[in-house]
Design a protein around this ligand. Structure first.
Ligand code: PHE
Ligand code: CO
Length: 286
């Protein structure tokens, strides 16, 4: 689940009933999934599991291992929540699709992650324009098992509510995009993926860490919040953190003065490289 980033697209009607609740949540109706839908999940899961060995961050792989229930088919959120709740106090709530920004942030600020329930069709295994249950659960939940990342996501929700009030959501949304969705991390073994938009994508799992074309730039908070992003193709730049503590520490201060400064500073195109950027070579840390 993301916010304001994706345009709506055609998707199965089942599991997409609009919510009648003020917080936009629905009931997952786990018993209502067909055998074919569970099979699509398993196909995606096995494919990504194989691709992500040696490419995903150890924290992500540990999260997947902890969430053993997710290997058999589309997980029952109730069972997932037992594991997740014990680990970090987070829970998954079911929503029909994108929810308004304020609602999304309110959930995160309370350690609830809004997840879609529908799964893509078989002809959409490689690419889908909007988040489905595979992206939302396989992509996001493993990192929510990590205590530092779990706190980061909650802080992001609180910061989102504030940014909304300050008219700075476009800046904050870029931070989410380049970290939560498309973040890379440097490890002693080399570059690794932690962004959910990458780990749930077959093509980008390889492209982001191995292709010579995209820029891989050292994470810099204001730089990231000035950088536009593309939602219709692989990223042309990735921002690389040195560790989750770096991310958590950089985002701890009050952003209010940053937003005022960002209003004066211009935006960067997604493929810009600046003299001040720390440019990482694809194999520099391997
Ligand atoms: N510290 C940020 C603020 O004051 C909130 C935030 C935390 C935003 C973590 C993103 C990530 O707005
Ligand atoms: Co997402």
């Amino acid at each position: 689940m993301s916010h304001s980033a994706y345009a709506g697209a055609a998707a199965p009607v089942r599991h997409r009933a609009p919510s009648e609740r003020a917080d936009f949540t629905i009931v997952q109706d786990w018993a209502g999934y067909t055998a074919d839908e569970h099979d699509i999940w398993r196909t995606l899961f096995r494919r990504q599991e194989a691709l992500l060995k040696g490419r995903a961050a150890p924290e992500f792989l540990a999260g997947i291992a902890d969430l053993g229930v997710a290997a058999d088919g589309i997980p029952d959120f109730r069972r997932l929540n037992d594991v997740l709740g014990r680990a970090t106090g987070w829970s998954i709530v079911a929503v029909p699709g994108l929810v308004p920004d304020a609602i999304f942030f309110e959930h995160l600020a309370n350690r609830r992650f809004p997840s879609t329930c529908f799964i893509r069709r078989r002809d959409q295994l490689d690419y889908l324009e909007e988040p489905d249950v595979f992206h939302d659960i396989f992509g996001h939940v493993p990192m929510l098992v990590n205590p530092v990342f779990a706190d980061y996501m909650q802080a992001y929700g609180q910061g989102g509510l504030k940014a909304l009030g300050l008219g700075a959501l476009h800046n904050l949304a870029r931070l989410y995009w380049y970290t939560v969705e498309f973040g890379l991390i440097e490890t002693p073994e080399g570059l690794r993926i932690y962004g959910s938009g990458i780990v749930s994508s077959k093509g980008e799992s390889v492209y982001s860490v191995e292709d010579p074309r995209p820029n891989r730039l050292g994470f810099d908070l204001l730089r990231v919040m000035r950088t536009k992003y593309r939602i219709d193709d692989f990223q042309s730049s990735y921002f690389v953190i040195r560790g989750f503590d770096e991310l958590f520490d950089a985002t701890r201060p009050d952003f209010t003065p940053y937003y005022a400064e960002l209003q004066r500073l211009g935006d960067y195109e997604p493929d810009t490289v600046l003299p001040s950027d720390r440019v990482l070579h694809r194999s520099s840390t391997a």
